[in-house]
Design a protein around this ligand. Structure first.
Ligand code: F6R
Length: 610
């Protein structure tokens, strides 16, 4: 989704530099186009174009712009193609109002027409422009910016946040109506932004906001008001403990590689969280539920698939898993007072997941437990309880360490629940939990060390491959889907992830000589997977194996590099480790193809749209 940043500062020399520096941290939210509106001596200087922050900065000198207040926007295109005219910020009817939004205005078509009929000069096909015109319209009627922002929310339908200003006023205004927004108060400057990483370069004094709240920024303070009745709210800044350097590459060529390499530490950190005091609350919520749903999108959903296997195996508990948008049509009428929806979202802002949260709350049926990485996100605040993924910021668009953390969380919860409900032998549960705590960090590191060079070499042999499959069986179902998602996401290839026993029910027809199929397995499933491997080999296909080294699998690899072997471990750790070579393979594959894996085309890290 898009990212907005607004800053008011005492120092009129460096607004462009500040806006570029801070909004660069939102690059993961959108990189189709970038714009900055800076106000100096009552005049708005608006520069925008297609490209990333750095590209547009080079082209238009954004960081040299001067003024004491301004707004920047990074766009991920939804309404309107990624063109200069659709880039944000936008002006209102003339060059007095300027503003930018994040989110979607659902009544775009009707409202645009209404504004045009009322004489507004709407220039673009982008819904963000309507936010500026809505404020323009109500300012005409009230002569009061805050009231105009408040009234604009009656016209604008959808989930969004925007920030807006007037050339002749020193303040910047913002409103949060379903999309993320956070503010900060520094020495001599204030900031409002779509996400914390862009606030932190300026200050750690942070103000978290709820939906239906408006802000007024002056250089020394941020005032918060309620949209409903315009009432002023007390909201002193809190000190954020998030590390400002978390969003830096730390010597790695890409965030993705850095984040893959952080996984051994994540294993330790998330196990630390799970051993904490809140653990009892989460376990009780699950135990007390009549039915358990696990809802997530993309990589988080793939982690949820693996979680479903762990819950069955270790706790004997059925889990209904669904992707976010599927939940309501598939399970919406099956909720009851005691059902529990586990909502899994790295960003905590994914609209498909917040829709489920709202559905559960509106129906007043059951509870929600978030599994969330971004502290201060909507899911974190609005779920009945939440489990933090403890990953720090994940900057690269492809999820790696957060998927890994989610899978550790599910395996741990399942083992604890199994121990408590007697499904799992006590000593078996303890051994598994001990292996998560003591062995997993070392094994994850050993996997990275061992498969780094192998995946690099293997990737080189795949550069001309445009089409492949990644198959898993049993516990590695979700792992294979995740590997395939990584490859298609950052290599722009067709790579389908599916259940290996399903392959013969149709897709097998694609296999011809040297057609590549990746098989992901645990040691307990490899006896079955060899059947599926044989079906591919018999048609001349090339098989690549991910799993522990096993004699029975050796005959099926033609080259050393086609066997991405993970270290020997408790079999229940196999699926946690197997994803690592797939992440690395997709990374090297992407780099070999000349793609920047951190910023794959057409995507955005936080999807706050339907
Ligand atoms: C893939 C990826 C996406 C996200 C999905 C859900 O690498 O990152 O598929 O997993 O958009 O995002 P969250 O977890 O933030 O809800």
């Amino acid at each position: 989704m898009c990212g907005i940043t607004g800053i008011v500062t005492l120092d009129s020399d460096n607004i462009g530099e500040l806006l570029v520096k801070c909004s660069r941290k939102l690059t993961y939210r959108g990189y189709d186009s970038v714009g900055v509106a800076a106000v100096r001596e009552g005049k708005v200087d608006l520069r925008k174009d297609v490209g990333t922050v750095d590209e547009v900065d080079r082209l238009l000198g954004l960081s040299k712009m001067r003024g004491d207040r301004g707004i920047a926007q990074l766009r991920w295109a939804t309404y309107g193609a990624p063109t200069k005219v659709n880039a944000q910020p936008h002006f209102g009817c003339d060059e007095v109002f300027y503003g930018a939004h994040n989110g979607n205005i659902h009544n775009y078509v009707e409202y645009k027409q209404e504004l045009i009929d009322a004489g507004h000069k709407v220039r673009s096909e982008n819904d963000g422009e309507l936010c500026v015109h809505a404020v323009d319209k109500y300012y005409e009627q009230t002569g009061d910016m805050l009231e105009a922002v408040r009234l604009s929310t009656q016209d604008l339908k959808g989930a969004f946040a925007y920030t807006v200003g007037r050339a002749d006023q020193a303040e910047i205004y913002a409103v949060k109506m379903g999309s993320s927004l956070v503010a900060g108060v520094a020495d001599g400057a204030t900031i409002v932004s779509s996400d914390l990483p862009s606030v932190l370069p300026l200050t750690s004094n942070v103000i978290y906001l709820a939906d239906g709240e408006m802000l007024v920024l002056t250089h020394d303070k941020v005032r918060v008001y309620r949209v409903e009745d315009g009432k002023k709210l007390e909201r002193p800044p809190q000190r954020s403990t998030v590390d400002v350097h978390a969003a830096e590459k730390g010597g790695y060529p890409h965030f993705m590689l850095k984040e893959i390499n952080e996984q051994p530490q994540i294993a330790k950190d998330v196990m630390g969280v799970l051993a904490g005091a809140d653990n009892e609350e989460w376990l009780k919520m699950i135990e007390d539920s009549s039915r358990l749903y696990l809802v997530a999108c993309g990589s988080s959903h793939n982690a949820g698939i693996l979680g479903t296997y762990y819950f069955n195996r270790l706790a004997g508990m059925p889990v209904y898993h669904a992707i976010g948008g599927q939940f309501e049509p598939m399970y919406g009428n099956t909720l009851d007072d005691e059902s529990l929806c586990i909502l899994v979202s790295q960003s905590g802002e994914t609209k498909d997941i917040l829709n489920v949260l709202n559905h559960v709350r509106d129906a007043n049926l059951g509870k929600t437990l978030g599994v969330v990485n971004v502290i201060g996100s909507t899911l974190m605040f609005q779920a009945d309880s939440y489990i933090p993924m403890a990953c720090g910021y994940e900057v690269s668009v492809p999820a790696t360490k957060t998927y890994f953390s989610q899978t550790v969380i599910f395996s741990y919860l399942a083992a604890k629940l199994g121990e408590r409900n007697g499904h799992l032998d006590r000593s078996e549960a303890k051994t598994f939990i001990r292996s998560l705590k003591d062995d997993l960090p070392k094994l994850a590191q050993a996997t990275i060390d061992r498969t780094g060079i192998l995946t690099k070499n293997l990737a080189r042999t795949l550069v001309n491959v445009k089409d492949l499959y990644c198959l898993g069986y049993g516990f590695t179902d979700g792992v294979a889907r995740e590997g395939a998602l990584k490859i298609k996401e950052i290599c722009y290839n067709h790579c389908e992830g599916m259940y290996s026993s399903e392959f013969k029910h149709g897709p097998l027809s694609i296999v011809t000589r040297d057609y590549p199929v990746i098989f992901v397995t645990t040691t307990e499933d490899s006896w079955m997977v060899t059947n599926h491997i044989n079906e591919v080999r018999a048609r001349g296909g090339r098989t690549i194996i991910v799993g522990e080294r096993e004699d029975r699998l050796e005959p099926y690899v033609d080259a050393e590099g086609d066997y991405l072997s993970v270290p020997v471990s408790n079999v229940l750790l196999n699926p946690l480790l197997d994803v690592i070579p797939l992440q690395m393979l997709s990374y090297f594959f992407s780099v070999d193809l000349g793609v920047n894996p951190d910023l794959p085309r057409n995507l955005s890290k936080t999807l706050t749209v339907d």
